[in-house]
Write a new protein. Structure first.
Lengths: 389, 389
């Protein structure tokens, strides 16, 4: 049996998450253990709720980290809001829309979908058309940044449609939160979930969620218990609320880390952070283009923290990923679902989103790929930085 | 907004978990982030599965940590094995038996219970009697150490009954694992779950589970999908198996910590660790008795890592707990459920289970409680240590 744990390499994490973690956050992870009802821990919980409200752009009281990873947040929002036979409309243009559909189906919802090709946004007109066929839609679910394609979905028109049809709107903010504006209250989003390991640059392990008053009312008015005990927001909210009723033992260290990472986000400022993500993704995209590597996501709707690209025909995608990892210590992501073997997913999230990583990856790809010029790619990226000054 | 995170105190964690965490494990938590499909991380996953098999006493291939806390492990074992209308027998003599009943009910199981007073074991004869009324029991669920009362449940006869009735046996090992023998294969237990924050002395955040071949067959033969997507063992096992199919992003740092804590457990040796828990709990119990504080759990069936005691009539229980925390930095647990306000739960789990903590708590209680002698309590505990030499 080897002793791997002491040999963790320093990777540059440019995949779809986890992203690199700030040393302050890693240090927070190593703080002493305290109890889940310790007054100091309760203060950290309260502070985490406040900080999460800031980054979500909401006053929602019920804003907290679910004690599991991002997909558990997806399940928590859906399973608390859906009862068997509720009509639910899920927008599907990638893996995570498919996952939402699967969950709706498992919990007995009456599933309707609006589909778009992978790499294209969901057309609000298609949603409007679909809604004409559904008498009483309980909920509309959509992904803000589809991590399988790098599409950034506009939400304003979808939110208006949800309001017009008196449907709850659930938005997957796993990849978008802290990298591009997520204004729950302004948009009128009723429930959202995220993950800590993307643009928040915290280790994976928690899933921040937020529920509006309308969403809470929907939970209160359920005629059936939520099937999942662990994700039952009614019980979870009693532990995170004033009553402090024991539900489960919260992941203490992960909450230390979340606290520190959210403080770092707020110290930088959300607008500065969004601009940083836009700038570096533009430099990356232009540099990749100079290498003959083109983006999959529809122009005008490209996510600033995740760039999905088509693998050039003359290239063995897995071999290049392995070379990047083993020779350059750079991780990028493979394609998912229908894009398996055909795409790379390059993340510039949170701490990872830095000029040296953009330049480093372009240099590495320029060196690895046949008949490409690393120098030209780097120069193209530098032009973006120079123009932005 | 305060900066609590930098002011975490050094508590002595003598509640029902989390327990104190070894500095090596805290250090592991702060290791650099790597990807959830990084070859180094895949090695750590494999090693964690091997180490978990050792502590569970099993060869079960499907032995891994669920990416959430202990209660999610409870839900994972039950929701994967139960289909709607299955007859399920749950043994209830405390909060965690009640919780299992709740989950069985939520997932549509046909719930039967065998009850015992809190602080008493489940009588196998009661289980045998109940089974006479159930034509085809799919599953029997029981708690090994009931954390609300400190009862250690004997499992041999229950396991024989399960076998005789061709029912799956699910055992809650949250508090028992690594503190008292848990031999899944020897006993014929089909599914078990635990938590990392008890006798393993790892931070909370993961729930080790193990499923036998019979249990896996039951999952394969389901006619319905598992309702919970996040806890669907069929999908989870594909990520932890050779295929490495992406399911969710594993909590990387928590798996580093689990790895290190399991190595510490194995370095000490399971038998040595069990003896250590027995010795210190005996010293604690005798010392408490000298203070006029008596145990709740039935004699002969007292768990060696969790001592539940009745709060003396002349004592304000919450005030004493607060004094212990704020003056002595010692956390003990309050009573749960029907024992709320009437009991203290004192944990001696993993790293916490040390002579200085036993002596420290007895001294503190002797000082806080009226008309008690700390010196006498300490001497009584010391007698246990001297006799054991």
């Amino acid at each position: 049996m080897t002793s791997n744990n002491s040999q963790i390499p320093q990777r540059i994490l440019m995949g779809p998450g986890p992203s690199n973690v700030h040393p302050r956050v890693l240090e927070a992870m190593s703080h002493s253990m305290i109890g889940h009802l310790d007054p100091i821990f309760l203060e950290i919980m309260d502070e985490n709720m406040k900080l999460l409200r800031q980054v979500f752009g909401t006053k929602n009281r019920l804003t907290l980290p679910i004690s599991a990873t991002g997909s558990a947040g997806m399940e928590a929002t859906l399973c608390n809001l859906i009862e068997p036979d509720d009509d639910v409309l899920v927008c599907v243009n990638g893996v995570f829309g498919m996952r939402m559909s699967d969950i709706v189906d498992r919990y007995g919802g009456n599933l309707h979908t609006v589909d778009a090709p992978w790499g294209r946004i969901i057309d609000p007109q298609d949603v409007a058309d679909k809604l004409k066929d559904i008498v009483k839609p309980k909920l509309i679910a959509i992904v803000h940044v589809e991590t399988s394609t790098g599409i950034l979905q506009p939400l304003v028109e979808i939110a208006e449609l949800a309001k017009a049809h008196d449907a709850l709107l659930v938005v997957d903010c796993v990849t978008s939160l802290c990298g591009t504006p997520v204004n729950l209250d302004e948009l009128g989003i009723d429930a959202a979930y995220s993950g800590t390991q993307k643009c928040m640059s915290c280790p994976p392990g928690l899933s921040p969620v937020s529920f509006s008053k309308r969403a809470i009312n929907a939970i209160h008015n359920r005629s059936t218990k939520v099937t999942s005990w662990y994700l039952d927001m009614g019980m979870i909210s009693k532990y995170w609320g004033d009553d402090r009723v024991y539900h489960h033992t919260a992941p203490i260290s992960m909450n230390y880390a979340l606290n520190e990472s959210l403080k770092i986000v707020c110290e930088e400022g959300l607008d500065t952070r969004y601009r940083r993500h836009s700038l570096h993704s533009q430099a990356l995209a232009d540099g990749l283009s100079a290498l003959g590597i083109e983006r999959i996501a529809q122009e005008g709707f490209r996510a600033p923290m995740l760039t999905s690209v088509s693998v050039p025909d003359d290239v063995d995608e897995a071999k290049v990923r392995n070379q990047l990892l083993h020779t350059y210590n750079i991780e990028i992501g493979a394609g998912l679902g229908t894009l398996k073997g055909k795409a790379w997913r390059i993340g510039l999230m949170g701490e990872t989103c830095r000029r040296e990583n953009v330049i480093g990856l372009l240099t590495a790809l320029g060196e690895i790929l046949p008949e490409r010029s690393a120098a030209e790619a780097v120069q193209t990226a530098e032009n973006v930085y120079n123009t932005s000054k």
